[in-house]
Design a protein around this ligand. Structure first.
Ligand code: MN
Length: 479
């Protein structure tokens, strides 16, 4: 199945039954977040957001289901499909005519407050753009795409938060060294391939547009901005153009993070740069996009699931020949906990894999390695493997006093954590008991016929039940 742009993908999600369409008016202050949390991973569409004429879509990559739709593959094949596609970067193509230019607002017409920008969590310091792809350019490094939060400050200003390790910081510093303001374009409502590409960690000169083109299997179409020297996705829903004001820093935050916490005290503000906007361009009847961040599960985990899993897959493969699948659990915020399945060849393979996983990223805190008969996205199966195939004194790995990241429980002030790994593969034992389960072909046959042969509708059950003269189900009135 194929699609065109953000709205095209939303339509594909709708056809797959994964779109939760909210009919009633919703309040951008916290209520959109509540709908997203209630959605169970579905994409949420709010057609009527209080205070704005623009509808909002959120949780666009809210679960593995949307990734399956995007890549047109079932979950266990996603890493292989991602790796196949990402190997063929496609240079973007600049076009003259673009849907995102259907409406151009400059000067007094420009007013960010008319966008349906939500207040995400209870103690957040204000309204935040959370699905904004930040596009910048450097004469040597080319364009850079990343997702950063933008705090609404007024008609034509937002704050911008970025952490010290992102490429954007390098671009900003280099612009300041040249004595120039850093020009910025903010693209909202883009092909989700661009969101995934923005989460890929490569060297600073890698062009994320080329990676997005790889994921799409065709060049991303770009169009020149009106007021800054940047190119933006031609079919974005909305683009904001502006620049970071040189030298200026303002209070930013607090903002609830993907870890499910406010880092730092609520009273403490960050001192962050400010973007001043010079134009908004958008499609006719644009759709705004938002991402929920907070206590997991949140979309942040799924947006970076494949780049992160693919990187770890390659690292583990260096020490264990047959890696089957990699999964960052949603409860672990999509970053702290990794589950990896392998086809074990020699005793010790599980421990080797664990060492590679725990050493790979400072943020990884718990790792479990299982055999390839375990569905690693199913925590019941993973826990079953831990319960029945591991002994911690024999199969556990503990790394104490190692550097950690964003872990509220880390020891301070040195930021040290303890990492734990469990090798829950079957011990190298030919006598290991046989698993009891229903034959695979019977399970598959029931899976295929489930929706046609089963109903959970209470009325339908009653009608069918009575028709078949089964024992009376309704209350008879006497006890
Ligand atoms: Mn980059």
């Amino acid at each position: 199945m194929t699609y065109e742009g953000f709205r095209g993908f939303l339509n594909l999600v709708r056809q797959s039954g994964e779109l939760a369409y909210v009919r009633d008016e919703v309040d951008p202050d916290h209520q959109i977040s509540a709908f997203i949390k209630r959605s169970g991973g579905k994409t949420v569409f709010c057609k009527n957001v209080k205070g704005s004429y623009i509808p909002l879509a959120a949780n666009v990559l809210g679960s593995y289901r949307q990734l399956e739709i995007l890549f047109d593959k079932p979950s266990p094949e996603l890493i292989a499909e991602y790796q196949r596609r990402i190997q063929q970067p496609q240079a973007p193509r600049v076009v003259a005519d673009a849907p995102v230019k259907e409406v151009i607002l400059e000067g007094g017409e420009l007013d960010l407050r008319k966008l349906p920008i939500p207040t995400v969590n209870e103690f957040d310091g204000g309204r935040y753009l959370t699905a904004a792809i930040i596009i910048v350019k450097d004469p040597d490094f080319g364009p850079n795409l990343s997702l950063q939060r933008l705090q609404l400050r007024g008609r034509n200003e937002t704050g911008i938060f970025y952490n010290p390790v992102v490429h954007l910081k390098t671009y900003h510093e280099r612009a300041e060294e040249r004595g120039k303001p850093l020009e910025i374009a903010v693209a909202i409502g883009c092909d989700p391939a661009l969101h995934i590409a923005s989460q890929i960690t490569r060297s600073v000169d890698v062009n994320e547009y080329e990676l997005a083109g790889a994921l799409r299997g065709r060049p991303i179409e770009l169009v020149k901005c009106e007021t800054v020297d940047l190119e933006v996705p031609a079919d974005a829903e909305i683009v904001l153009e502006g620049h970071i004001e040189p030298g200026r820093r303002e209070d930013e935050g607090p903002f609830g993070e993907f870890t499910g916490y406010y880092h730092g005290s609520l009273a403490e503000k960050n001192r962050m740069p400010v973007i001043r906007y010079s134009a908004i361009t958008h499609r006719q009847n644009p759709i705004f996009q938002s991402v929920y961040l907070g206590k997991p599960p949140t979309e942040g985990a799924f947006m970076r699931a494949l780049p992160a899993a693919s990187d770890l897959f390659n690292l583990v493969k260096e020490v264990v020949p047959e890696v089957r699948d990699v999964y960052f659990t949603t409860g672990g915020c999509g970053r702290f906990h990794a589950i990896v399945s392998i086809k074990k060849r020699s005793p010790g393979d599980g421990k080797l894999a664990l060492s590679a996983i725990l050493a790979s990223r400072i943020i990884i805190k718990y790792a479990v390695v299982v055999d390839d008969d375990i569905d690693i996205q199913n925590m019941d199966e993973v826990e079953w493997a831990i319960a029945t195939r591991s002994q911690f004194d024999r199969d556990g790995v503990v790394l104490t006093q190692v550097p950690g990241q964003l872990d509220p429980s880390r020891s301070r002030p040195d930021n040290l954590i303890t990492k734990v790994g469990i090798d829950a593969t079957k011990p190298d034992d030919k006598d290991f008991p046989t698993v009891c389960d229903v034959p695979k072909e019977v399970l598959a046959q029931v899976e295929r016929s489930w929706s046609s042969s089963v109903t959970t509708d209470p009325e339908e059950i009653l009608a069918d039940w009575s028709r078949d003269r089964l024992p009376q189900l309704q209350e008879t009135g006497h006890k």
